[in-house]
Ligand binder design. Structure first.
Ligand SMILES: C[S@@+](CC[C@H](N)C(=O)[O-])C[C@H]1O[C@@H](n2cnc3c(N)ncnc32)[C@H](O)[C@@H]1O
Length: 187
């Protein structure tokens, strides 16, 4: 599966006409909820979230993804903007690799449907009081566009995640049809 994911996304990010990525609306709305300090952007792609956060004061950013092509593009965008972002090519389905993540004040995860186990592992990678901002497409995106429901969040799918406090759950019934979660790791 990981090989297929890598090949698929490498191809997407190889397209010569890709432009500087726009920060997702849910990030613009909720970035202030994140805790200043080291930030990990998970499944970062070419950096829509990482580039926005690294440009803010106080968020030294590390970006991880399975696509080296996406990470290379992120690094070019970062250099052009005179931003410093550490990158690591990593498979989120590989638990050995996940155990090397380190700890962070904030973690972002956008436009990627995680397993419950992955979300729990990300909570573990938060420092006490740290926050995870997670936002991805919901079922209304599937109904309106035909986007595969396999990649869409069910209503309230992760509101009962253990090991963390749910600070906010926002389900958007207008485009871009996302569900957003803000989790906090207990002190
Ligand atoms: C829709 S893109 C989202 C990129 C970015 N978060 C954003 O919002 O612009 C999904 C990303 O997940 C990454 N991805 C898919 N499977 C992965 C895996 N097993 N491990 C790590 N990253 C993966 C892809 O390479 C791709 O960059």
């Amino acid at each position: 599966m990981a090989v297929i994911d890598r090949q698929k996304w490498d191809k997407v990010y190889s397209h010569p006409q890709r432009e500087f990525p726009t920060a997702p609306a849910a990030l613009l709305a909720h970035a202030d909820c994140l805790m200043p300090g080291n930030l990990l952007d998970v499944a970062c792609g070419e950096g829509a979230v990482s580039l926005y956060m690294a440009a803010r004061d106080g968020y030294p950013t590390t970006a991880i993804d399975i696509s080296q092509t996406g990470l290379d593009r992120l690094s070019v965008f970062a250099r052009d903007e005179q931003l410093t972002i550490s990158t690591q090519c990593l498979d989120l389905d590989d638990w050995q690799q996940l155990s090397t993540l380190g700890t962070y004040q904030s973690i972002t995860l956008f436009r990627y449907k995680p397993s419950r186990e992955l979300l729990s592992a990300l909570i573990c990678a938060l420092l006490p009081g740290g926050r995870l901002l997670f936002s991805s497409f919901n079922m209304q995106h599937h109904h309106s566009s035909g986007f595969s429901q396999r990649f869409c969040l069910q209503p309230r799918e992760f509101v009962d995640l253990t090991g963390s406090k749910l600070i906010a759950y926002i389900s958007s019934s207008s485009a871009p049809f996302t569900d957003t979660y803000i989790f906090e790791k207990p002190q």
